[in-house]
Design a protein around this ligand. Sequence first.
Ligand code: ZN
Length: 213
Amino acid sequence: MLKIETFTCNMLQENCYVVSDESKECVIIDCGAYYEAEKLAIEKYITDNELKPVHLIATHGHLDHNFGNPFISKTYSLPLEIDSSDAALVRATEKQAALFGITLNEPMDMDIKMFHMGDRIKFGSHEIEVIETPGHSMGSVVLYIKDEKLAFTGDTLFRGSIGRTDFEGGSMLMIIQSLRMFVQFPDDIRLLPGHGQETTMGYELAHNPYLDR
Ligand SMILES: [Zn+2]
């Protein structure tokens, strides 16, 4: 049984997820916490629930999904885990900050551990499969927990829509190809996106113009 807590963070309303199971081990996905209060809320949730963070993961390298990583990395001695194709994006944060018109309040100076298509990330009695879905960025991924019928879609898929492809490294052609990876998902899978409300494969097949089987 998984417990998922959502923290909507920063000026871009990004979803950070803390996912734990009965072992109390947890993973932190897309820590976009920018403001002090956001960082402290995540830390408090982890402390109050006696969770042990074992992985800090990003679905892609855009700043709004990574602001809080130096804080989490330092607090729990974890490297940031991200797809090999987006590691460079995280390292080029100054450039990204200028692009977004945002001032960084903490440098992105944590260790980075790169993952690839098909890698498995373990916590408690669960396993997350990395599915590479380039298009929104070169290294965008979907994080799939098959046993729980659950996937974190980052900015590849939103409820009723898909992510922008007009940032550097983005490609409409690639995101359309990547969406083919979703055909393996059952209709009742929960899809948790990087922004906005959660959805299901069934809902997307009925309402999202970019998805079909
Ligand atoms: Zn993004």
